[in-house]
Write a protein that binds this ligand. Structure first.
Ligand code: ZN
Length: 499
């Protein structure tokens, strides 16, 4: 761990110098600065990342501002899809039921179609929907950018409703969380997912390539995937029995509960290393090229589950898949599945630390959800803290905030992207490094025992739900009995950034 931590101090200084003084660090050096830091889970090619996230977008306002309502509740997805590994296209049918807990005569619904993001288009990516029915009736709909709007509805409050649709996905040729290259297919954010309606209205923020703008509620998934029988598939949830083989095709059936998304990764050459920790089955998917990292992924996978279960709350699912791939980032998180981006020159320490960060997201994003566009720190700062805890390098979390006071730990993604590449660099620095420092400072402020007790209380309160900055502060104050307002204000954690 010495390499990284030793590096870290230097990084903070250099980054600040570059960001503040507008110092002419060549773009490459800047990138390296950031990618060498722990913040690099997302970015080794920040400069290439198109600035897709424009201003936060609200398509309609909640009628009663201040309503603490978030829905539609209890989404339950059933999907039956066919993936053609030769054309990299997928066709599917979806049936999603939920409860309208948000308002009387709910007249509209939104879904996010992330596969339509501009960053995928040039590489052949697309996502289309057709034949949408709500409670069996054909519905009128419109698709704009990554938002699907279904209108002219009248859904009764506190009643269940069902939406069915057909969808077609074309995976871009791109080494990304959504895309394919060589034999590997990464299926993150690959299906239409219900948007969240909250006190601000419907959330249909734009796709954010350098991070996340995902926001969804926990629910159930029942997914059948038919593809070439040779494919080895890692997926959220648990496979139900053996795949049904029919000629060259096989149909796999997965079920998952209390998850806010469903991801897959497939490659016919994957080998699987499996083990158990605390009753959780950990599977590492790797191919020959990266066999040398398999043991590190398993070791850090098991140790992370053990450590984070002890410190934050018990890992709640029966399984976790750690999949190796070659993305442009360091790693990416989905419920019960993490993508770890490997290359020949990665050190074992780097691989373990990135894995710990992504597994940290199982707690912060997976179990305790958040609006990743509005309050990215609620998952990234905490996952970075978790990785430092795993690395035994908490004492190295001591970077100062950026001199520009308009960058807050609680800033929205759009507050950063509005400032171009400097803003993206500031995003990584503020949300990952300074955010993790803030959490560590909080631990030092209240003391170890009180801090981890408060984190467990927070976990129990928010398990499978959604948290906000306000909720986090309230949970910490309630559990410790301390007034933490001055602490959070000093650390640029402002509940007012939420609105
Ligand atoms: Zn992360």
């Amino acid at each position: 761990m010495i390499k990284k931590t030793a590096l870290k101090k230097w990084i903070a200084g250099a980054a600040i110098a570059a960001l503040t003084a507008g110092l002419a660090l060549p773009a490459e050096a800047k990138q390296e600065t950031y990618s060498a830091s722990k913040a690099a889970y997302k970015g080794t090619s920040i400069a290439d990342a198109p600035l897709l996230a424009s201003k936060s977008r609200r398509v309609s306002k909640g009628k009663n501002a201040g309503d603490d309502v978030r829905g539609p509740a209890d989404p339950s997805y059933k999907m039956d899809v066919v993936y053609d590994a030769k054309t990299h296209k997928l066709t599917g049918k979806m049936n999603v039921s939920f409860k309208n807990n948000v308002k009387d005569n709910l007249s509209e619904l939104y879904f996010n179609l992330w596969g339509r993001a501009d960053v995928f288009k040039d590489k052949g990516g697309s996502m289309d929907v057709s034949d949408i029915r709500v409670n069996g009736k054909k519905a009128s709909f419109q698709v704009k950018d990554t938002a699907l709007h279904i209108s002219n509805l009248s859904l009764a409050k506190n009643k269940a409703a069902t939406v069915t649709m057909n969808f077609n996905v074309s995976f871009p040729k791109q080494q990304d969380r959504f895309g394919w290259y060589g034999d590997t297919v990464s299926m993150g954010n690959w299906f239409p997912i219900l948007s969240v309606y909250d006190e601000e209205g419907w959330n249909v923020d734009p796709y954010f390539n350098a991070g996340e703008s995902f926001y969804s509620l926990s629910g159930k998934y029942d997914v059948k995937v038919t593809t070439d029988r040779k494919q080895v598939i890692a997926a959220t949830g648990t496979e139900q029995g053996k795949p049904a083989v029919d000629g060259e095709l096989a149909t796999h059936h997965y079920k998952a509960e209390n998850v806010r998304d469903f991801a897959m990764e497939m490659n016919p050459t994957y080998k699987i290393l499996s083990s158990k920790v605390h009753g959780v089955k950990v599977n590492v998917y790797y191919d020959d090229k990266y066999a040398k990292y398999a043991a590190s992924l398993m070791e850090s996978g098991k140790d992370s589950i053990k450590l984070f279960s002890e410190k934050f709350g018990k890992y709640p699912w029966p399984e976790l898949d750690v999949v190796s791939m070659e993305g442009w980032f360091g790693g990416m998180e989905y419920p019960q599945l993490v993508m770890i981006s490997l290359s020949e020159n990665r050190t074992q320490e780097w691989v373990k630390s990135v894995n710990a960060h992504e597994i940290g997201h199982q707690w912060f994003y997976g179990i305790i959800g958040d609006n990743e566009f509005d309050e990215p720190w609620l998952d990234e700062s905490f996952a970075s803290y978790a990785a430092a805890l795993y690395d035994n390098s908490l004492d190295q979390l001591n970077v100062p905030p950026l001199p520009e006071s308009y960058y807050h730990v609680t800033s929205k993604v759009s507050d950063f992207t509005a400032r171009g590449n400097a803003g993206i660099n500031a995003y990584y620095y503020t949300i990952y490094d300074y955010g993790a420092t803030t959490i560590n400072d909080l631990r030092l402020e209240v003391g170890d025992d009180a801090f981890y007790k408060a984190m467990k209380d927070y976990f129990n309160e928010k398990k499978f739900g959604i948290s906000t900055t306000k909720d986090f502060i309230a949970a910490m104050e309630r559990s410790t009995g301390m007034d933490l307002t001055p602490f959070f204000r000093e650390h640029r954690v402002f509940p007012s950034d939420q609105y």
